[in-house]
Design a protein around this ligand. Structure first.
Ligand SMILES: [Zn+2]
Length: 305
């Protein structure tokens, strides 16, 4: 299926208005089913976890329940581990890596830490294999007060009572070839700016918090993921997608200032995973396994301290 051409919408150099956003939205096609891929998988986990419907997105004619899974053996005296996937709906292994963690690994943490897992923050975009919500807003720049993205606002409301008790948060993402071929050109067009290619790193990397870096934590995750898939090297400038590589496979952003999901709590240990699914050296299975391995390594590191 060929990707829609976002650059032909509107006038070059002029940011999109309501009409351009409506034109963009009309071009998006449902390509897969949130109900079949995500809700059915969550149903199979209902015997083992408490499922919380923390909101609903009505994007007529579609309506999506927003679901989170919680440890059944929740204990008020334990810290919380938070896992988020599908903040970018097209980043498939974020969604399926979170589900895989629940299916295969979560049992190891029972009675040690309370789990909150949100497998698919942005279901409309999951179905359309896109980065934005229907309003052409990136949920992962929208984790802020009075968020313009309902997906982000719903997660913030869900987490409000727990924010200060979250010890570790892993936000599961991908960096894809379509970032360069489709989503960055669309962003430039939407904002009336020129598009400048940056290149896509071949391999897995992490984004740490420049305001509260945790280098040992990040390296523990890198070491675990490296057993599953390869780590992205720095480019000729010593960078990954325009940011300096501060340690093997690690860059840093000011998570909260950018409105990124990984900055949504006060967790001591937080990271954003970036799996590369388009590598000839990485299968879908490997990408899901890499996400689950990252979650396990993050929880193991946090619990050991
Ligand atoms: Zn992402």
């Amino acid at each position: 299926m060929s990707a829609p051409d976002p650059v032909s919408i509107g006038t070059p150099g002029v940011p999109w208005g309501t009409a351009e956003i409506a034109e963009w939205r009309a071009r998006q096609r449902k390509q897969r089913s949130h109900a079949a891929d995500v809700l059915d998988a969550i149903d199979r986990l209902r015997g083992r976890f408490d499922v919380v419907e923390y909101g609903r997105l009505d994007y007529a004619p579609d309506s999506y329940p927003l679901l989170a899974l919680r440890s059944r053996a929740w204990r008020e005296d334990l810290p919380i581990a938070l896992v988020t996937g599908g903040v970018h709906g097209y980043e498939t292994s974020g969604v399926h890596g979170a589900l895989r963690f629940l299916e295969r690994h979560a049992v190891e943490y029972e009675g040690r830490i309370n789990l909150v897992v949100v497998p698919c923050v942005s279901p409309w975009a999951y179905e359309r294999i896109h980065r934005w919500n229907p309003d052409a807003i990136d949920p992962n720049r929208s984790f802020r007060a009075k968020s313009p993205a309902r997906e982000s606002a719903a997660v913030m409301d869900l987490l409000a009572p727990w924010r200060e008790r979250v010890l570790v948060h892993v936000d599961l993402h991908e960096t894809t070839d379509s970032d360069e071929s489709e989503f960055r050109p669309a962003l430039a067009a939407r904002d009336g700016k020129p598009f400048e290619p940056e290149g896509i790193p071949d391999g897995f990397y992490l984004v740490d918090d420049s305001e509260h870096p945790q280098p040992d934590f990040q390296q523990a995750v890198i070491a675990a993921v490296e057993k599953v898939t390869h780590i992205a090297p720095a480019d000729a400038n010593g960078e990954i997608i325009g940011s300096p590589v501060v340690a093997r496979g690690v860059i840093r952003y000011p998570l909260r200032a950018l409105g990124l999901c990984a900055g949504v709590t006060d967790a001591r240990y937080k990271t954003t995973t970036e799996v590369y699914p388009d590598s000839p050296r990485a299968s879908a299975e490997q990408c899901n396994a890499a996400q689950a391995a990252a979650v396990c390594a993050a929880l193991d590191f946090a619990l050991a301290r």
